[in-house]
Write a protein that binds this ligand. Structure first.
Ligand code: AMP
Length: 421
């Protein structure tokens, strides 16, 4: 083979892809149950959209963007994240004129040129939600609870929510002054990157994995919040407590995107090692005005699909998401036509039906039904066609029964349902 997939990317296929799809389905079900509606924006955007919002001196913009020029010389970028594109779409489509709160969810690939390692890819996938239009801290709590619900739905009850407030443009500006002064003092102890960050974007020092001992000696933003930010944070903490959502306040949490204001949080799985953040989010009240619109408060999160897949068992609890699946074993052309007709009836009733047209031996077809995880093998041979009935083989127990064509769907409905939603 002359070609390999680009470094840091993955082919999703086979059982992994099946698991992936059912994970996506379960998550979108949760998002929709909160009244969030899907939004799809382009995979690439004008580069400046990210430069202006994620931040000129952020790692994403300085090192990680897949940037290119099109034939007309326009600077475009494969999206490294999707909050700025969603806000761009919100404003461009004039949704602010509708008033109230717009709730969106999205999923899809994001691109960051970073050193690939366990849990870190160059093309990765995020599922996220954005609630645009209110500064009420109750919606910050909704977003945090919603993102936790995703993990609860897969049985994870002990993940940690790390919460902080990164202040607003006003109090953060003042705080950055103090921080810079302190960092000047510790300059000899800082790594090269952090020395540069002291001038360009001192908050980013908190993201550094090497300057740990210095970080602990620095003043934290949490101690320098203005009254409004403080009040927002206290209200949010109180709501979360009332809702029974556990969290720990982490004054060192700043997140890698510059647009965050006030609330910033992460859901972490300590067992995952270096790349232990499953999900990150927060409030971004300054983003809309940065894009040239009026000031519109908003809050959201983004969850990494690959990292969720990593902590899930290979086999998901099938009962909640899958329909009964029938595998039609076919012997010749006449049988295959009858099988197609019956398969259609099952599909119309909400079941999954697969027809094997390979004309392989029965043994091979049955083996394929088993490896693909089908619940029943359905035989439609010459004799079955004459008698207008099928032979059904339960793939788990091995039991066989004959059922008339007429009763096939009702048999599946009565006996075969593995949990239609
Ligand atoms: P961020 O957009 O940086 O706030 O990231 C949100 C979530 O996306 C993280 O918590 C990770 O789960 C996931 N994520 C971010 N970058 C990557 C990457 N390079 N590879 C895989 N997952 C990622």
């Amino acid at each position: 083979m002359k070609f390999k997939k680009p470094r840091g990317t993955q082919d999703l296929l086979g059982k992994y892809m099946e698991k992936w799809s059912s994970v996506e389905e379960r998550i979108t079900g949760i998002l929709r149950s909160y009244g969030y509606l899907e939004i799809r924006t382009p995979i690439f955007e004008v580069s400046d959209l990210f430069v202006r919002t994620v931040g000129e001196s952020s790692d994403i913009v300085t090192k990680e963007m897949y940037m290119f020029k099109d034939k007309k010389g326009r600077r475009l970028t494969l999206r490294p994240e999707n909050t700025a594109p969603v806000m761009r779409a919100y404003l461009e489509n004039g949704l602010q004129r509708q008033g109230g709160i717009s709730r969106f969810y999205y999923m899809g690939p994001m691109f960051r040129y970073d050193r690939p390692q366990a849990g870190r890819y160059r093309q990765f996938h995020q599922i996220g939600a954005e609630a645009i239009g209110t500064s009420n801290p109750a919606i910050d709590a909704e977003i945090i609870n919603l993102s936790m619900d995703i993990y609860r739905a897969f049985g994870f009850s002990s993940l940690q929510v790390r919460l902080n407030s990164v202040g607003c443009m006003k109090c953060r500006g003042e705080y950055m002054g103090f921080l810079r002064e302190k960092l000047e003092e510790y300059k000899p102890e800082l790594c090269d990157d952090c020395r540069q960050r002291t001038d360009t974007n001192p908050l980013r020092v908190f993201d550094c994995k090497t300057c740990v001992s210095v970080k602990e000696k620095l003043p934290t933003i949490t101690d320098h919040l203005c009254e409004e930010c403080n009040e927002h944070f206290e209200k949010l903490c109180a709501i979360l407590k009332q809702m029974g959502v556990d969290f720990v306040i982490d004054p060192l949490l700043v997140r890698g995107l510059d647009y965050y204001t006030k609330t910033a949080y992460e859901i972490v799985c300590p067992e995952l090692g270096a790349q232990n953040a499953l999900c990150g989010g927060g409030r971004y009240d300054g983003l809309a005005s940065e894009l040239g619109g009026v000031s519109i408060p908003a809050v959201g999160f983004s969850a990494g699909m690959e990292r969720l897949m990593q902590i899930l068992p290979d086999e998901l609890d099938k009962s909640e998401t899958t329909m009964t699946r029938a595998y039609f074993v076919v012997f010749d052309d006449k049988c295959s036509i009858q099988a197609m007709v019956l398969a259609d009836r099952l599909r119309s009733a909400g079941f999954v039906a697969y027809v094997d047209f390979s004309m392989r031996s029965i043994k091979k077809q049955l083996k394929s039904a088993s490896t693909r995880g089908y619940d029943y093998a359905v035989f439609v041979g010459q004799k079955e066609i004459e008698d207008k009935e099928v032979t059904l083989k339960n793939m788990e127990s091995g039991d066989q029964v004959t059922v008339s064509f007429e009763k096939l769907v009702s048999y599946f409905s009565e006996k075969g349902v593995v949990g239609i939603e």
